[in-house]
Design a protein around this ligand. Sequence first.
Ligand SMILES: [Zn+2]
Length: 198
Amino acid sequence: MGGQLMGANLAVNAKKAPLFVWDTHSIYKAEMEYHMTEHGLDEDAAWERAVGDCNVLTLAWEDLCAWVEDWMNTNDFHHFYTEATNMTWRNFDGAKMFVADTGEDFIRQVVGLDCDYSLSLYERGKPGDDGYHLYGSVRHHDSPAGEGRVVYLVAGCDECAKPIRDGEEHVIEDRWYEGVYCEDCIGRMRDLSECEEA
Ligand SMILES: [Zn+2]
């Protein structure tokens, strides 16, 4: 039974659509097709019209940021840990934790580039599932084969809101401090407790 379910999920995953996509070529192509069907332009004229309209990318970018922000707010996701693989021609890997309050901030933190890029992020599981995360790739001129990206959700420190990665969480349970805190805040609280006890 479990095996059958897993097989079914894999089959769905194999052809599922990304949760978030940024791909300027696809955006222009969709706009070109709109001008061809709605205004009867031929392909060349429709393409010229699409790439000549500076609102096309602005509106698409605003839509993407709004979708990401909606996903964050609906699920109360604000603290993240992201890993990048095969970055640039040197193929180095990187990881960082970050806090994002807006969809735009989330994308900029995950992509970490100012150049033209395309981004696809897929969901592994559903929000609330154990191990739920996003995975995908970023392509740009220094990395045409694509860099890997994985984004995990992490806890936030109850005191300073700094993101805390799984395994680095610390819970202090006494009558004054109950919650999840980062190393720095725990240190400060211990110092404070020792002062009060002395
Ligand atoms: Zn803290």
